[in-house]
Ligand binder design. Structure first.
Ligand code: ADP
Ligand code: MG
Length: 254
């Protein structure tokens, strides 16, 4: 089943004086269960493409089927509903509500969800999502009482709580140190192995190689699109721990 089906997608930004061809004809398909990394230099169109995939923006022309539905004809209302039902978002800067507990942050998307869930159901689903990301013991912590990695895990729980068909992550490790980045990627990889479809923008080659497919954009076009043998993030983390220990030992010896 194709989750994403783009045909000749173009996006032109027009202002009074200039027009920018940000996407010049993108055609690609993404199947259920894929973990795709989108790379490309600054200005190549990554964010524009993610905004279209996330139904936050519309293409100037071209056809976009999301989970089999042609979204180009959707009204704003219908689009918002589809977004809530089908998509989860993770951002570089977490976008959590401050002074609001982890569990309340995760409950939030369910309040806008279509199904008439009871308060108790909402609470239980949020709790479960936080358990999945390993934060069962941090439910009542506010973002400023959490580390960067923990904040991003709350954001992932918030994205997953509505059980989206597609998870969109824009530079999810951009604000994290390298070890914490690996932990977040490990989490995404595990979610993907359980069946979650993930599209992730990153400018780091190291991070992209944990995906199963790398699409590179250049100047609004797909420059390359290849399946890869994904590196395993758990292994990378384990090796890294060994390296840390080695450094400590060397520190003691020198
Ligand atoms: P990336 O995320 O790969 O850095 P973007 O999708 O943000 O690239 O931008 C692609 C091109 O579109 C760039 O040339 C950028 O300057 C231009 N652009 C992006 N957003 C707008 C906008 N709102 N108005 C005009 N031009 C824009
Ligand atoms: Mg960008």
């Amino acid at each position: 089943m194709k989750i994403v089906d783009l045909k000749d997608i173009r996006r032109i930004y027009r202002t009074e004086s200039i027009s920018v061809d940000a996407l010049k004809g993108i055609t690609l398909q993404i199947e259920e269960g894929e973990f795709v990394a989108i790379m490309g230099p600054s200005g190549s169109g990554k964010s524009t493409l993610m905004n279209i995939l996330g139904c936050l923006d519309r293409p100037t022309s071209g056809r976009f089927l999301l989970n089999g539905e042609d979204v180009s004809a959707f009204s704003k209302d219908k689009l918002a509903k589809l977004r809530n039902r089908t998509l989860g978002f993770v951002f570089q800067s977490f976008h959590l509500l401050p002074r609001t507990s982890a569990i309340e942050n995760v409950e939030l998307p369910l309040l806008y969800h279509e199904e008439g869930l009871t308060w108790k159901e909402i609470h239980n689903r949020a709790k479960k999502a936080l358990e999945v990301v390993g934060l069962a013991d941090r439910l009542d912590h506010t973002p400023n009482e959490l580390s960067g990695g923990q904040r991003q895990r709350v954001a992932i729980a918030r994205a997953l709580v509505t059980e989206p068909a597609l998870l969109l992550a824009d530079e999810p490790t951009g604000n994290l140190d390298s070890k914490t980045s690996l932990e977040i990627i490990d989490m995404l990889q595990k979610l993907n192995k359980k069946g979650e479809t993930i599209i992730m923008v990153t400018h780091e080659h190291d991070i992209a190689h944990f995906a199963n497919r790398i699409i590179t954009l250049h100047d609004g076009l797909v420059k390359s699109d290849r399946a890869i043998e994904a590196k395993n993030a758990s292994d990378a983390l384990r090796n890294r721990v060994d390296e840390d220990e080695l450094e400590q030992i060397e520190g003691v010896l020198s």
